[in-house]
Design a protein around this ligand. Structure first.
Ligand SMILES: Cc1cc2nc3c(=O)[nH]c(=O)nc-3n(C[C@H](O)[C@H](O)[C@H](O)COP(=O)(O)O)c2cc1C
Length: 269
């Protein structure tokens, strides 16, 4: 009997030491893009998944959501959420997903971060966006969740959602969440004044996008598995035209793949 108890105890200890981290994919998605990314991550990790739902859903109409969201941002208003279907305390790692609204995480996430404890958890942000990237929202989450470990996350433009599965595969491998090799990318070389050919690539990639009016000034490029990735420094003409900071510069990343028009992947301000 004693021997049996000892064996059982050893087994329990061994299991608790070696157990895989419990992973939750928790997300808010108004229009379904972030949900696509959330499901992709969940399937690859075989993780639990849950949604964040505001009590009063945001309107389907884009302009109406912009109006409500910007008012809430200005006032620091936290929209009420429905109770979560899961307990965050049951998990070790939380993949936290959201659309970018006004440069950072959508309002429902502000409520979540204020109401729930993430103490001692690993938090992995992921997001979808129209043009801007993940960076600001990730920094904002890190600033809010000082007792959690906020890892570097994943973001994708909603217009490039088809590229997400392959990118998520690399992202999860790089983070050690799934096994497998990752492609090691070269660093960008130093920026140089933009050439005519590069300016044409830049124009093709951002020319039609209504939220960006910019002139490329410098460029650099590096090979990537899909083709060539460019980084451009660009002057923000929209900010200049609306009386903003005339010197306002942004970085725009562009992917050029053989036989396809170049597309921009994110904007960093
Ligand atoms: C209220 C609102 C504000 C937005 N603000 C930004 C923004 O600042 N930057 C950006 O790149 N995209 C912005 N977007 C676009 C969304 O981030 C993008 O469409 C996202 O993929 C939507 O995700 P969802 O389908 O999961 O809701 C905004 C969208 C809405 C509705």
């Amino acid at each position: 009997m004693k021997k049996f108890l000892l064996l059982a105890l050893t087994l329990v200890l061994a299991l608790s030491c070696n157990r895989n981290p419990k992973i939750l994919v928790l997300y808010y998605s108004q229009g379904g893009k972030t949900e696509t990314v959330a499901r992709e991550i969940q399937q690859r990790l075989n993780a639990d998944i849950a949604t964040i739902e505001p009590v009063e859903a945001y309107p389907a109409d884009f302009q109406a959501t912009v109006a409500r969201g910007s008012k809430e941002m200005e006032e620091g208003f936290l929209p009420d959420l429905m109770p979560l279907d899961v307990k965050i305390s049951d998990y070790d790692v939380i993949f936290l997903g959201y659309p970018i609204w006004f440069g950072t995480y959508a309002r429902p996430i502000a409520t979540l971060l204020a109401n729930e404890s993430f103490k001692g958890k690993k938090v992995v942000p992921f997001c979808t966006f129209g043009s801007g990237g993940l960076e600001t929202s990730e920094a904002d989450i890190r600033a809010k969740l000082t007792s959690a470990k906020v890892l570097h996350g994943y973001g994708v433009r909603s217009a490039r959602i088809d590229a997400a599965p392959a990118e998520i595969d690399q992202f999860l491998k790089a983070g050690g969440f799934i096994p497998g090799e990752t492609v090691k990318l070269q660093d960008f070389p130093a920026l140089h004044p933009v050439s005519e050919e590069e300016a044409a690539i830049f124009e093709k990639a951002v020319g039609d996008y209504p939220m960006i009016r910019a002139k490329a000034t410098k460029a650099a490029s590096r090979p990537v598995p899909e083709g060539t990735e460019y980084v451009f420094t660009a002057r923000d003409l929209l900010s200049a035209a609306t009386g903003g900071d005339l010197k306002s510069e942004m970085k725009i990343y562009v992917l050029a793949t053989d036989g396809q028009d170049p597309v921009f992947t994110r904007v960093s301000r």
